[in-house]
Design a protein. Structure first.
Length: 153
C-alpha cells in the first residue's frame, strides 16, 4: 500500500481539487447557457474528435459519455435544437451519420473556457520541455488509470 502522506499524495490531492473545480466551472458554464453538464461534456468530446480528425457517430459519442442509445438520442436532439450540432453524412463513408459541431458552439465554448485555457497555457510556458514531458506522462497515466478503473474491484 502506498504511503498516504508523502509529496506524491499532495499532488494527488491537488489533482482531485482541480478536477472538482473544473467540474464546477463546467457546470456553471452549462447552467449559464441553459445546458446540461452532459451537453458540455458531449461538445468537448465532439471538439476533441474534430481536432483529432476523427468523425464521431451517435454510438461513438454515447460510448464516450457512458450513455445508452435513448439517452444519446435525447442529448443529440437537445443539442441540435439549440443549434450546437447537426447530423451529417460521413466524409469517408456516406452511409454513416456523423455528428458535427456548429461553429457557434465552438465560439460559445471559447467565450466561457477561453480565459481558463489562456491562463493554463500561460502557466505551461513557464516549464521546460523535460517538465512538460513529465506532466504529459503523469496526466496521461492518470487518464489511463481512470479509464481502466471501472473494471477494478
Amino acid at each position: 500500500m502506498p504511503d498516504r502522506r508523502g509529496p506524491e499524495m499532495e499532488i494527488v490531492h491537488l489533482l482531485r481539487a482541480v478536477t472538482v473545480e473544473l467540474g464546477l466551472h463546467s457546470a456553471r458554464g452549462a447552467n449559464r447557457n441553459g445546458m446540461h453538464a452532459t451537453d458540455v461534456r458531449a461538445l468537448i468530446a465532439l471538439m476533441d474528435a474534430r481536432r483529432a480528425g476523427e468523425e464521431m457517430t451517435a454510438g461513438g459519442l454515447g460510448g464516450a459519455l457512458g450513455l445508452n442509445s435513448a439517452g444519446t438520442t435525447a442529448l443529440l436532439d437537445r443539442l441540435e435544437r439549440a443549434g450546437h450540432v447537426r447530423r451529417v453524412r460521413g466524409e469517408r463513408d456516406r452511409r454513416r451519420v456523423v455528428i458535427e459541431v456548429d461553429q457557434r458552439a465552438v465560439e460559445l465554448g471559447l467565450s466561457f473556457f477561453g480565459p481558463l485555457i489562456d491562463r493554463s497555457v500561460e502557466l505551461l510556458r513557464g516549464y521546460d520541455e523535460r517538465q512538460l514531458a513529465a506532466l504529459r506522462g503523469f496526466l496521461g497515466g492518470v487518464r489511463e488509470a481512470v479509464a481502466g478503473a471501472d473494471g477494478v474491484s
